[in-house]
Design a protein around this ligand. Structure first.
Ligand code: NDP
Ligand code: 2IT
Length: 445
Protein backbone atom coordinates (compact mmCIF):
# COMPACT_ATOMS: atom_id res chain seq x y z
CA UNK A 1 0.00 0.00 0.00
CA UNK A 2 1.26 3.50 -0.75
CA UNK A 3 2.00 6.02 1.99
CA UNK A 4 -1.17 7.99 1.15
CA UNK A 5 -3.32 4.82 1.22
CA UNK A 6 -1.90 3.96 4.64
CA UNK A 7 -2.81 7.37 5.98
CA UNK A 8 -6.33 7.17 4.54
CA UNK A 9 -6.84 3.72 6.10
CA UNK A 10 -5.58 4.92 9.46
CA UNK A 11 -7.83 8.01 9.62
CA UNK A 12 -10.82 5.99 8.41
CA UNK A 13 -10.28 3.75 11.43
CA UNK A 14 -9.29 6.31 14.00
CA UNK A 15 -11.78 9.04 13.02
CA UNK A 16 -14.56 6.72 11.87
CA UNK A 17 -17.27 8.85 13.46
CA UNK A 18 -16.14 12.05 11.72
CA UNK A 19 -17.53 11.99 8.15
CA UNK A 20 -16.95 15.67 7.35
CA UNK A 21 -13.35 15.52 8.54
CA UNK A 22 -12.71 12.34 6.53
CA UNK A 23 -14.24 13.95 3.43
CA UNK A 24 -11.99 17.01 3.67
CA UNK A 25 -8.86 15.04 4.54
CA UNK A 26 -9.34 12.47 1.77
CA UNK A 27 -9.82 15.17 -0.86
CA UNK A 28 -6.52 16.78 0.11
CA UNK A 29 -4.64 13.47 0.45
CA UNK A 30 -5.83 12.27 -2.98
CA UNK A 31 -4.47 15.47 -4.54
CA UNK A 32 -1.11 15.03 -2.82
CA UNK A 33 -0.39 11.64 -4.46
CA UNK A 34 1.25 13.47 -7.34
CA UNK A 35 4.02 14.88 -5.15
CA UNK A 36 4.14 12.53 -2.16
CA UNK A 37 4.39 9.27 -4.15
CA UNK A 38 7.63 10.34 -5.81
CA UNK A 39 9.43 11.83 -2.80
CA UNK A 40 10.09 9.66 0.26
CA UNK A 41 11.03 12.71 2.39
CA UNK A 42 7.42 13.10 3.53
CA UNK A 43 7.06 9.50 4.66
CA UNK A 44 10.44 9.49 6.43
CA UNK A 45 9.40 12.59 8.36
CA UNK A 46 5.96 11.16 9.20
CA UNK A 47 4.62 14.36 7.76
CA UNK A 48 1.14 13.22 6.77
CA UNK A 49 0.52 11.45 10.09
CA UNK A 50 1.22 14.79 11.75
CA UNK A 51 -0.76 16.81 9.23
CA UNK A 52 -4.03 14.92 9.84
CA UNK A 53 -3.79 15.12 13.64
CA UNK A 54 -4.62 18.48 15.27
CA UNK A 55 -1.89 19.93 17.48
CA UNK A 56 -4.58 20.48 20.10
CA UNK A 57 -8.38 20.12 20.36
CA UNK A 58 -10.18 21.78 23.23
CA UNK A 59 -13.76 20.80 24.15
CA UNK A 60 -15.54 22.81 26.81
CA UNK A 61 -18.84 23.49 28.54
CA UNK A 62 -20.64 26.80 28.09
CA UNK A 63 -23.27 27.35 30.78
CA UNK A 64 -25.48 30.45 30.50
CA UNK A 65 -28.79 31.82 31.77
CA UNK A 66 -31.66 32.32 29.32
CA UNK A 67 -34.13 35.20 29.67
CA UNK A 68 -36.44 33.13 31.88
CA UNK A 69 -33.59 32.49 34.32
CA UNK A 70 -33.14 28.84 33.31
CA UNK A 71 -29.64 27.38 33.03
CA UNK A 72 -28.69 26.30 29.50
CA UNK A 73 -25.57 24.30 28.63
CA UNK A 74 -23.87 24.16 25.24
CA UNK A 75 -20.80 22.32 24.03
CA UNK A 76 -17.95 24.28 22.47
CA UNK A 77 -14.73 23.52 20.61
CA UNK A 78 -11.48 25.09 19.50
CA UNK A 79 -9.32 22.91 17.29
CA UNK A 80 -5.79 24.29 16.93
CA UNK A 81 -4.80 22.27 13.92
CA UNK A 82 -1.46 23.47 12.63
CA UNK A 83 0.86 26.33 13.61
CA UNK A 84 3.75 25.60 11.22
CA UNK A 85 3.49 28.92 9.38
CA UNK A 86 1.91 31.21 11.98
CA UNK A 87 -0.48 31.52 14.92
CA UNK A 88 -3.66 29.45 14.60
CA UNK A 89 -6.25 31.45 12.67
CA UNK A 90 -9.82 30.64 11.74
CA UNK A 91 -13.42 31.40 12.52
CA UNK A 92 -15.95 30.42 15.17
CA UNK A 93 -19.24 28.83 14.11
CA UNK A 94 -22.42 28.94 16.21
CA UNK A 95 -24.95 26.48 14.75
CA UNK A 96 -26.88 23.54 16.24
CA UNK A 97 -25.12 21.13 13.84
CA UNK A 98 -21.64 21.93 15.20
CA UNK A 99 -19.65 18.92 16.41
CA UNK A 100 -16.00 17.82 16.51
CA UNK A 101 -16.10 16.40 12.97
CA UNK A 102 -17.32 19.69 11.50
CA UNK A 103 -14.84 21.80 13.43
CA UNK A 104 -11.99 19.44 12.47
CA UNK A 105 -12.90 19.57 8.77
CA UNK A 106 -13.04 23.35 8.89
CA UNK A 107 -9.75 23.59 10.81
CA UNK A 108 -8.05 21.21 8.38
CA UNK A 109 -9.23 23.20 5.33
CA UNK A 110 -8.08 26.39 7.03
CA UNK A 111 -4.44 25.18 7.10
CA UNK A 112 -4.20 25.16 3.29
CA UNK A 113 -6.44 28.19 2.77
CA UNK A 114 -4.33 30.33 5.07
CA UNK A 115 -1.18 29.10 3.38
CA UNK A 116 -2.58 30.12 -0.03
CA UNK A 117 -3.10 33.71 1.16
CA UNK A 118 0.68 34.10 1.46
CA UNK A 119 0.26 35.54 4.98
CA UNK A 120 1.79 33.94 8.10
CA UNK A 121 -1.27 32.22 9.59
CA UNK A 122 -1.68 28.65 10.86
CA UNK A 123 -4.98 26.77 10.77
CA UNK A 124 -7.66 26.53 13.46
CA UNK A 125 -11.42 26.60 13.91
CA UNK A 126 -13.92 26.63 16.73
CA UNK A 127 -17.53 27.04 17.63
CA UNK A 128 -20.49 25.72 19.50
CA UNK A 129 -23.81 23.93 19.01
CA UNK A 130 -25.48 27.11 20.32
CA UNK A 131 -28.24 28.37 17.99
CA UNK A 132 -28.40 32.18 17.89
CA UNK A 133 -31.71 32.06 15.97
CA UNK A 134 -34.63 33.22 18.08
CA UNK A 135 -32.37 34.30 20.98
CA UNK A 136 -32.55 37.81 22.40
CA UNK A 137 -29.49 40.11 22.23
CA UNK A 138 -29.05 39.62 25.98
CA UNK A 139 -29.08 35.84 25.65
CA UNK A 140 -26.51 36.01 22.84
CA UNK A 141 -24.38 38.30 25.02
CA UNK A 142 -24.53 36.02 28.06
CA UNK A 143 -23.64 33.03 25.88
CA UNK A 144 -20.70 34.86 24.25
CA UNK A 145 -19.39 36.02 27.62
CA UNK A 146 -19.51 32.51 29.05
CA UNK A 147 -17.90 31.09 25.89
CA UNK A 148 -15.01 33.57 26.16
CA UNK A 149 -14.61 33.00 29.91
CA UNK A 150 -13.16 29.60 28.98
CA UNK A 151 -11.72 30.32 25.52
CA UNK A 152 -9.60 33.34 26.58
CA UNK A 153 -6.94 31.14 28.22
CA UNK A 154 -6.29 29.29 24.94
CA UNK A 155 -5.99 32.26 22.56
CA UNK A 156 -3.96 35.46 22.09
CA UNK A 157 -2.73 37.76 19.32
CA UNK A 158 0.40 35.61 18.79
CA UNK A 159 -1.18 32.26 19.70
CA UNK A 160 -4.61 31.87 18.14
CA UNK A 161 -6.82 34.55 16.60
CA UNK A 162 -10.48 33.52 16.08
CA UNK A 163 -13.00 35.37 13.86
CA UNK A 164 -16.57 34.89 12.61
CA UNK A 165 -18.22 32.13 10.59
CA UNK A 166 -21.82 30.88 10.37
CA UNK A 167 -23.84 32.46 13.19
CA UNK A 168 -20.96 34.67 14.32
CA UNK A 169 -20.92 38.24 12.98
CA UNK A 170 -20.15 41.71 14.29
CA UNK A 171 -22.55 41.44 17.25
CA UNK A 172 -21.04 38.21 18.57
CA UNK A 173 -17.42 39.33 17.98
CA UNK A 174 -18.21 42.49 19.97
CA UNK A 175 -19.57 40.58 22.96
CA UNK A 176 -16.63 38.15 22.92
CA UNK A 177 -14.03 40.89 22.56
CA UNK A 178 -15.55 42.84 25.45
CA UNK A 179 -15.32 39.81 27.72
CA UNK A 180 -11.75 38.94 26.63
CA UNK A 181 -10.58 42.48 27.35
CA UNK A 182 -12.29 42.50 30.71
CA UNK A 183 -10.52 39.28 31.75
CA UNK A 184 -6.98 39.93 30.49
CA UNK A 185 -7.03 43.73 30.89
CA UNK A 186 -5.34 44.25 27.52
CA UNK A 187 -6.63 45.87 24.33
CA UNK A 188 -5.05 43.64 21.69
CA UNK A 189 -5.78 42.02 18.33
CA UNK A 190 -7.04 38.69 19.63
CA UNK A 191 -10.11 38.49 17.37
CA UNK A 192 -10.69 39.74 13.82
CA UNK A 193 -13.91 41.07 12.36
CA UNK A 194 -13.96 43.68 15.12
CA UNK A 195 -15.98 46.91 14.86
CA UNK A 196 -14.42 49.71 12.83
CA UNK A 197 -14.06 52.05 15.81
CA UNK A 198 -12.26 49.48 17.98
CA UNK A 199 -9.57 47.75 15.95
CA UNK A 200 -11.56 46.27 13.09
CA UNK A 201 -10.42 46.56 9.50
CA UNK A 202 -12.43 48.34 6.85
CA UNK A 203 -13.57 45.87 4.18
CA UNK A 204 -13.33 42.78 6.45
CA UNK A 205 -17.11 42.50 6.41
CA UNK A 206 -17.18 42.55 2.60
CA UNK A 207 -13.96 40.58 2.10
CA UNK A 208 -15.08 36.96 1.66
CA UNK A 209 -17.79 37.79 -0.86
CA UNK A 210 -15.67 40.35 -2.71
CA UNK A 211 -12.68 37.98 -2.77
CA UNK A 212 -14.85 35.22 -4.23
CA UNK A 213 -15.86 37.53 -7.05
CA UNK A 214 -12.27 38.76 -7.60
CA UNK A 215 -10.86 35.25 -8.13
CA UNK A 216 -13.58 34.38 -10.68
CA UNK A 217 -13.10 37.77 -12.33
CA UNK A 218 -9.39 37.04 -12.75
CA UNK A 219 -10.23 33.71 -14.41
CA UNK A 220 -12.74 35.43 -16.74
CA UNK A 221 -10.30 38.24 -17.57
CA UNK A 222 -7.59 35.74 -18.47
CA UNK A 223 -10.03 34.30 -21.00
CA UNK A 224 -10.89 37.75 -22.34
CA UNK A 225 -14.33 37.53 -20.72
CA UNK A 226 -16.08 39.47 -17.91
CA UNK A 227 -19.09 39.33 -15.58
CA UNK A 228 -21.12 41.63 -17.81
CA UNK A 229 -24.56 40.13 -18.42
CA UNK A 230 -23.73 36.84 -16.66
CA UNK A 231 -26.56 35.16 -14.77
CA UNK A 232 -25.39 34.08 -11.32
CA UNK A 233 -27.08 31.75 -8.87
CA UNK A 234 -26.11 32.13 -5.21
CA UNK A 235 -27.10 30.01 -2.21
CA UNK A 236 -27.16 31.44 1.30
CA UNK A 237 -28.04 34.98 2.34
CA UNK A 238 -25.47 35.62 5.04
CA UNK A 239 -22.20 37.52 5.15
CA UNK A 240 -20.53 35.76 2.22
CA UNK A 241 -23.60 35.60 -0.06
CA UNK A 242 -24.67 39.21 0.45
CA UNK A 243 -21.33 40.83 -0.33
CA UNK A 244 -20.62 38.50 -3.25
CA UNK A 245 -23.99 39.49 -4.74
CA UNK A 246 -23.38 43.18 -4.12
CA UNK A 247 -20.00 43.11 -5.90
CA UNK A 248 -21.44 41.06 -8.79
CA UNK A 249 -24.15 43.63 -9.47
CA UNK A 250 -21.51 46.38 -9.50
CA UNK A 251 -19.64 44.43 -12.20
CA UNK A 252 -22.71 44.03 -14.41
CA UNK A 253 -23.74 40.47 -13.48
CA UNK A 254 -27.34 39.60 -12.55
CA UNK A 255 -27.82 37.57 -9.36
CA UNK A 256 -31.09 35.68 -9.68
CA UNK A 257 -31.23 33.49 -6.56
CA UNK A 258 -30.43 33.52 -2.84
CA UNK A 259 -31.48 31.11 -0.08
CA UNK A 260 -31.60 30.35 3.62
CA UNK A 261 -32.18 27.07 5.42
CA UNK A 262 -35.95 27.32 4.85
CA UNK A 263 -35.99 27.90 1.10
CA UNK A 264 -34.84 30.00 -1.84
CA UNK A 265 -35.93 33.04 -3.81
CA UNK A 266 -35.75 33.40 -7.58
CA UNK A 267 -36.02 36.91 -8.97
CA UNK A 268 -35.65 36.79 -12.73
CA UNK A 269 -34.55 40.39 -13.25
CA UNK A 270 -32.14 40.38 -10.33
CA UNK A 271 -32.38 40.20 -6.54
CA UNK A 272 -32.90 43.52 -4.78
CA UNK A 273 -29.98 43.71 -2.33
CA UNK A 274 -31.46 46.50 -0.19
CA UNK A 275 -34.41 44.23 0.61
CA UNK A 276 -32.17 41.23 1.37
CA UNK A 277 -29.92 43.31 3.63
CA UNK A 278 -32.89 44.74 5.49
CA UNK A 279 -34.42 41.27 6.03
CA UNK A 280 -31.22 39.42 6.96
CA UNK A 281 -28.86 41.98 8.51
CA UNK A 282 -31.26 44.43 10.16
CA UNK A 283 -34.42 42.49 11.03
CA UNK A 284 -32.79 39.03 11.25
CA UNK A 285 -35.87 37.50 9.58
CA UNK A 286 -36.46 34.67 7.10
CA UNK A 287 -36.12 35.05 3.33
CA UNK A 288 -39.84 34.25 2.78
CA UNK A 289 -40.35 37.96 3.53
CA UNK A 290 -38.62 38.84 0.25
CA UNK A 291 -41.49 37.49 -1.86
CA UNK A 292 -43.94 39.52 0.25
CA UNK A 293 -42.05 42.70 -0.71
CA UNK A 294 -41.36 41.77 -4.36
CA UNK A 295 -44.48 40.20 -5.84
CA UNK A 296 -42.71 39.19 -9.07
CA UNK A 297 -40.19 37.05 -7.17
CA UNK A 298 -40.77 33.34 -6.54
CA UNK A 299 -40.14 31.72 -3.13
CA UNK A 300 -39.75 27.95 -2.87
CA UNK A 301 -39.62 25.94 0.32
CA UNK A 302 -36.45 23.88 0.76
CA UNK A 303 -38.49 20.68 0.59
CA UNK A 304 -40.07 21.66 -2.74
CA UNK A 305 -37.11 22.61 -4.89
CA UNK A 306 -33.38 23.23 -5.03
CA UNK A 307 -31.74 26.56 -5.64
CA UNK A 308 -29.55 24.80 -8.25
CA UNK A 309 -32.64 24.05 -10.39
CA UNK A 310 -32.48 27.63 -11.74
CA UNK A 311 -30.49 27.98 -14.96
CA UNK A 312 -27.35 30.13 -14.60
CA UNK A 313 -23.91 30.79 -16.11
CA UNK A 314 -22.14 30.77 -12.73
CA UNK A 315 -23.09 29.09 -9.45
CA UNK A 316 -21.74 30.31 -6.10
CA UNK A 317 -22.64 28.06 -3.16
CA UNK A 318 -22.30 30.34 -0.13
CA UNK A 319 -24.31 28.65 2.65
CA UNK A 320 -22.84 25.51 4.19
CA UNK A 321 -21.07 22.15 3.67
CA UNK A 322 -22.52 19.50 1.35
CA UNK A 323 -25.27 21.70 -0.09
CA UNK A 324 -24.43 20.99 -3.75
CA UNK A 325 -24.99 17.30 -4.48
CA UNK A 326 -24.34 15.15 -7.55
CA UNK A 327 -27.92 15.64 -8.83
CA UNK A 328 -27.45 19.42 -8.48
CA UNK A 329 -24.17 19.22 -10.40
CA UNK A 330 -25.95 17.39 -13.20
CA UNK A 331 -28.79 19.93 -13.31
CA UNK A 332 -26.37 22.86 -13.32
CA UNK A 333 -24.30 21.37 -16.14
CA UNK A 334 -27.39 20.45 -18.18
CA UNK A 335 -28.62 24.05 -17.81
CA UNK A 336 -25.34 25.49 -19.14
CA UNK A 337 -23.50 26.49 -15.95
CA UNK A 338 -19.78 26.84 -16.75
CA UNK A 339 -18.27 28.04 -13.45
CA UNK A 340 -18.79 26.89 -9.86
CA UNK A 341 -16.89 28.77 -7.13
CA UNK A 342 -17.27 27.86 -3.47
CA UNK A 343 -17.98 30.79 -1.15
CA UNK A 344 -18.83 28.32 1.61
CA UNK A 345 -16.44 25.70 3.00
CA UNK A 346 -16.83 22.33 1.23
CA UNK A 347 -20.37 23.03 -0.07
CA UNK A 348 -19.86 20.57 -2.93
CA UNK A 349 -19.78 16.83 -2.25
CA UNK A 350 -16.79 14.84 -3.58
CA UNK A 351 -18.80 13.11 -6.32
CA UNK A 352 -20.37 16.39 -7.42
CA UNK A 353 -16.92 18.02 -7.56
CA UNK A 354 -15.54 15.19 -9.66
CA UNK A 355 -18.56 15.33 -11.98
CA UNK A 356 -18.23 19.08 -12.53
CA UNK A 357 -14.50 18.85 -13.24
CA UNK A 358 -15.06 15.93 -15.62
CA UNK A 359 -17.55 18.07 -17.58
CA UNK A 360 -15.02 20.88 -17.98
CA UNK A 361 -16.66 23.22 -15.46
CA UNK A 362 -14.20 25.72 -13.97
CA UNK A 363 -14.42 24.64 -10.33
CA UNK A 364 -12.89 26.83 -7.60
CA UNK A 365 -12.61 25.06 -4.22
CA UNK A 366 -13.44 27.03 -1.07
CA UNK A 367 -9.91 26.98 0.27
CA UNK A 368 -8.93 29.22 -2.65
CA UNK A 369 -12.18 30.95 -3.54
CA UNK A 370 -13.27 32.06 -0.06
CA UNK A 371 -9.76 32.87 1.24
CA UNK A 372 -10.43 36.61 0.94
CA UNK A 373 -12.09 36.63 4.37
CA UNK A 374 -9.19 35.20 6.30
CA UNK A 375 -6.71 37.14 4.15
CA UNK A 376 -8.37 40.37 5.23
CA UNK A 377 -8.36 39.08 8.81
CA UNK A 378 -4.60 38.78 8.31
CA UNK A 379 -4.59 42.40 7.16
CA UNK A 380 -6.57 43.33 10.29
CA UNK A 381 -3.86 41.63 12.39
CA UNK A 382 -1.18 43.66 10.57
CA UNK A 383 -3.03 46.91 11.25
CA UNK A 384 -3.55 45.99 14.92
CA UNK A 385 0.16 45.18 15.40
CA UNK A 386 1.21 48.44 13.77
CA UNK A 387 -1.60 50.40 15.51
CA UNK A 388 -2.73 51.94 12.25
CA UNK A 389 -5.79 51.69 10.04
CA UNK A 390 -5.85 51.58 6.27
CA UNK A 391 -8.62 53.08 4.13
CA UNK A 392 -11.31 50.90 2.56
CA UNK A 393 -9.66 51.38 -0.84
CA UNK A 394 -6.23 50.31 0.48
CA UNK A 395 -7.57 47.12 2.07
CA UNK A 396 -9.75 46.31 -0.93
CA UNK A 397 -6.78 46.74 -3.30
CA UNK A 398 -4.62 44.41 -1.15
CA UNK A 399 -7.47 41.87 -1.03
CA UNK A 400 -7.80 41.95 -4.81
CA UNK A 401 -4.04 41.45 -5.23
CA UNK A 402 -4.11 38.49 -2.84
CA UNK A 403 -6.98 36.85 -4.77
CA UNK A 404 -5.18 37.39 -8.09
CA UNK A 405 -2.09 35.86 -6.48
CA UNK A 406 -4.10 32.84 -5.31
CA UNK A 407 -5.47 32.33 -8.81
CA UNK A 408 -1.90 32.39 -10.15
CA UNK A 409 -0.66 29.87 -7.53
CA UNK A 410 -3.45 27.34 -8.03
CA UNK A 411 -3.38 27.68 -11.81
CA UNK A 412 0.41 27.19 -11.89
CA UNK A 413 0.34 24.26 -9.44
CA UNK A 414 -2.39 22.56 -11.51
CA UNK A 415 -0.31 22.95 -14.68
CA UNK A 416 2.92 21.77 -12.99
CA UNK A 417 1.05 18.69 -11.73
CA UNK A 418 0.00 17.80 -15.26
CA UNK A 419 -3.64 18.66 -14.46
CA UNK A 420 -4.16 22.07 -16.08
CA UNK A 421 -7.44 23.68 -15.05
CA UNK A 422 -7.92 21.33 -12.08
CA UNK A 423 -7.99 23.96 -9.32
CA UNK A 424 -8.78 21.38 -6.61
CA UNK A 425 -5.44 19.70 -7.17
CA UNK A 426 -3.78 23.08 -7.73
CA UNK A 427 -5.08 24.54 -4.44
CA UNK A 428 -4.27 21.47 -2.39
CA UNK A 429 -0.72 21.20 -3.72
CA UNK A 430 0.06 24.92 -3.59
CA UNK A 431 -1.36 25.20 -0.03
CA UNK A 432 0.43 22.05 1.16
CA UNK A 433 3.93 22.87 -0.15
CA UNK A 434 4.56 25.84 2.11
CA UNK A 435 3.16 24.14 5.24
CA UNK A 436 5.09 20.93 4.54
CA UNK A 437 8.36 22.84 4.07
CA UNK A 438 7.82 24.68 7.37
CA UNK A 439 7.05 21.41 9.19
CA UNK A 440 10.18 19.76 7.76
CA UNK A 441 12.33 22.79 8.68
CA UNK A 442 11.04 22.79 12.25
CA UNK A 443 11.82 19.10 12.99
CA UNK A 444 9.58 16.48 14.52
CA UNK A 445 7.14 18.62 16.46
P1 NDP B 1 -23.86 33.49 7.94
O1 NDP B 1 -24.24 32.95 9.25
O2 NDP B 1 -23.71 34.96 7.77
O3 NDP B 1 -24.87 32.98 6.80
C1 NDP B 1 -25.05 31.64 6.58
C2 NDP B 1 -26.07 31.46 5.47
O4 NDP B 1 -26.10 30.10 5.07
C3 NDP B 1 -27.47 31.81 5.90
O5 NDP B 1 -28.22 32.21 4.80
C4 NDP B 1 -27.97 30.47 6.43
O6 NDP B 1 -29.37 30.33 6.45
C5 NDP B 1 -27.37 29.52 5.44
N1 NDP B 1 -27.16 28.21 6.09
C6 NDP B 1 -26.39 27.96 7.16
N2 NDP B 1 -26.48 26.67 7.52
C7 NDP B 1 -27.33 26.12 6.65
C8 NDP B 1 -27.83 24.82 6.49
N3 NDP B 1 -27.47 23.83 7.32
N4 NDP B 1 -28.68 24.58 5.47
C9 NDP B 1 -29.07 25.58 4.63
N5 NDP B 1 -28.62 26.86 4.75
C10 NDP B 1 -27.77 27.10 5.73
O7 NDP B 1 -22.49 32.74 7.56
P2 NDP B 1 -21.38 33.15 6.49
O8 NDP B 1 -21.99 33.81 5.33
O9 NDP B 1 -20.30 33.83 7.23
O10 NDP B 1 -20.84 31.71 6.08
C11 NDP B 1 -21.35 30.98 4.97
C12 NDP B 1 -20.33 29.96 4.52
O11 NDP B 1 -19.12 30.64 4.14
C13 NDP B 1 -19.90 28.95 5.58
O12 NDP B 1 -19.60 27.72 4.94
C14 NDP B 1 -18.61 29.54 6.14
O13 NDP B 1 -17.80 28.55 6.71
C15 NDP B 1 -18.01 30.10 4.87
N6 NDP B 1 -17.02 31.15 5.03
C16 NDP B 1 -17.26 32.28 5.74
C17 NDP B 1 -16.31 33.27 5.85
C18 NDP B 1 -16.56 34.55 6.55
O14 NDP B 1 -15.68 35.42 6.52
N7 NDP B 1 -17.71 34.77 7.15
C19 NDP B 1 -14.98 33.10 5.24
C20 NDP B 1 -14.84 31.91 4.45
C21 NDP B 1 -15.83 30.98 4.38
P3 NDP B 1 -30.15 30.43 7.84
O15 NDP B 1 -30.18 31.90 8.17
O16 NDP B 1 -31.48 29.85 7.58
O17 NDP B 1 -29.37 29.62 8.83
O1 2IT C 1 -13.69 29.95 6.90
C1 2IT C 1 -13.07 31.02 7.02
O2 2IT C 1 -12.03 31.26 6.39
C2 2IT C 1 -13.60 32.03 7.96
N1 2IT C 1 -14.65 31.80 8.54
C3 2IT C 1 -12.82 33.29 8.23
C4 2IT C 1 -11.71 33.03 9.19
C5 2IT C 1 -10.98 34.26 9.68
O3 2IT C 1 -10.12 34.06 10.56
O4 2IT C 1 -11.23 35.38 9.22
Amino acid sequence: MSYIDNIITSIEKRDAGQPEFLQAAKEVLESLRIIVDKDSTYEKAGLLERLVEPERAIVFRVPWLDDSGKVQVNRAFRVQFNSAIGPYKGGLRFHPSVNLSIIKFLGFEQIFKNSLTGLPMGGGKGGSDFDPKGKSDNEVMRFCQSFMTELYRHIGPDTDVPAGDIGVGGREIGFMYGQYKRIVNRFEGVLTGKGIGWGGSLARNEATGYGLVYIVEEYLNKKGDSFKGKKVSISGSGNVAIFAAQKLFSLGAVVVTMSDSNGYIYHKDGINMDTVKDIKLVKRERLTKYAEVHKDAVYKDAGKGRVWDIACDIALPCATQNELLIEDAKTLTANGCKIVAEGANMPTTLDATEYLISKGTAFFPGKAANAGGVATSGLEMCQNSARISWSFEEVDAKLKNIMIGIFGSIDDAAKESGKPGNFVIGANIAGFRKVAKAMLDQGVI
